[in-house]
Write a protein that binds this ligand. Structure first.
Ligand SMILES: Nc1ncnc2c1ncn2[C@@H]1O[C@H](COP(=O)(O)OP(=O)(O)OP(=O)(O)O)[C@@H](O)[C@H]1O
Ligand SMILES: [Mg+2]
Length: 278
């Protein structure tokens, strides 16, 4: 079943001549992890805001869980979709980290204990429980990003949209978020839309769409699309380390790499090669 259906979505910011998004169509099935990639200014955040009803669609239609994204349905849409924004500074409202995570829950009429439990659980998931009583302003960029993610998770959404969640993190922080997304994804029904410049993160997704100049230029299996050198170059995207390494080895005449599709498989492959040449 489709969780999100986007049909001919077009949107122009007031005062702009050219649309930020032009005739974009795709579907995301329930439980799918979709990566949205594209270079700066291609329209990724605009697309995410349209799906969450934060911007009014020009032409076309978008549905979430079968509901058209319209002003009349906004409450219902926001019960289903949680959004982690690109710049976490714009979304802090609480005086402490825990308050902040609780804030989004206030409309949900939960009792105090349930609310507390959800806040703690969400902070634990992003490894920030020990910061519960801190002021958000005292946190590093990466910590803010994780608290913002906790705020979204506490809502128990059906759809989680994360806009560049790992952009401000160091490699270790990045790995933590990627592991968290992977775990949430493996647990079941959550549909994840992650906007990312990080092709390694995109490689973890089930489906990938690529946007350039507001238009959808590719939609398919991330591993296939990321390995398409021409497509990546044409749209100014950096290949993954794995794809670059495979390319380099192929250009040196090394064969037998066709079945290697992950970094782990590459490690195994190299290991076997080394052992067989002993
Ligand atoms: N509030 C706004 N008002 C006017 N134009 C905007 C606004 N926000 C974005 N744009 C324009 O719309 C286009 C798409 O922007 P958008 O933020 O969706 O891109 P993006 O792919 O998310 O980029 P980035 O990777 O830098 O976050 C750009 O040309 C941008 O300048
Ligand atoms: Mg953006």
């Amino acid at each position: 079943m489709a969780m999100i259906e986007v049909n001919g979505a077009t949107f122009t910011y007031p005062g702009n001549k050219t649309p930020a998004l032009r005739d974009v169509s795709f579907e995301v099935q329930v439980g799918t992890w979709l990566a949205i990639v594209g270079h700066n200014g291609s329209g990724k955040s605009t697309l995410a805001r349209l799906i969450d009803g934060l911007l009014p669609l020009g032409t076309g239609t978008i549905t979430v869980d079968g509901l058209p994204v319209t002003v009349a349905n906004l409450t219902a849409i926001h019960q289903r979709v949680a959004f982690v924004f690109q710049n976490p500074d714009n979304q802090f409202v609480g005086t402490t980290v825990a308050d902040d995570v609780a804030f989004g829950l206030e409309n949900q009429r939960l009792d105090r204990n349930e609310m507390q439990a959800r806040v703690n659980q969400a902070l634990k998931e992003v490894n920030m429980l020990e910061f519960a009583d801190r002021e958000p302003a005292q946190l590093s960029g990466g910590q803010k990003q994780r608290v913002a993610l906790a705020g979204a998770l506490a809502l128990h959404p059906q759809v989680l949209i994360v806009d560049e969640a790992t952009a401000m993190l160091d490699p270790e922080g990045k790995d933590q978020i990627m592991k968290l997304l992977t775990r949430l994804h493996n647990e079941g029904k959550l549909t994840i839309l992650s906007i990312t410049h990080d092709t390694r993160e995109a490689a973890l997704a089930d489906q990938m769409i690529m946007i350039d100049g507001g238009q959808l230029v590719a939609n398919g299996d991330p591993k296939k699309l990321l390995a398409d050198k021409k497509l990546m170059e044409d749209h100014q995207l950096t290949p993954t380390f794995l794809v670059a390494l495979k390319d380099e080895l192929a250009s040196q005449g090394v064969t037998g790499l066709d079945d290697v599709t992950t970094e782990d498989e590459m490690v195994t492959w190299i290991w076997q090669k080394l052992n067989s040449t002993k």
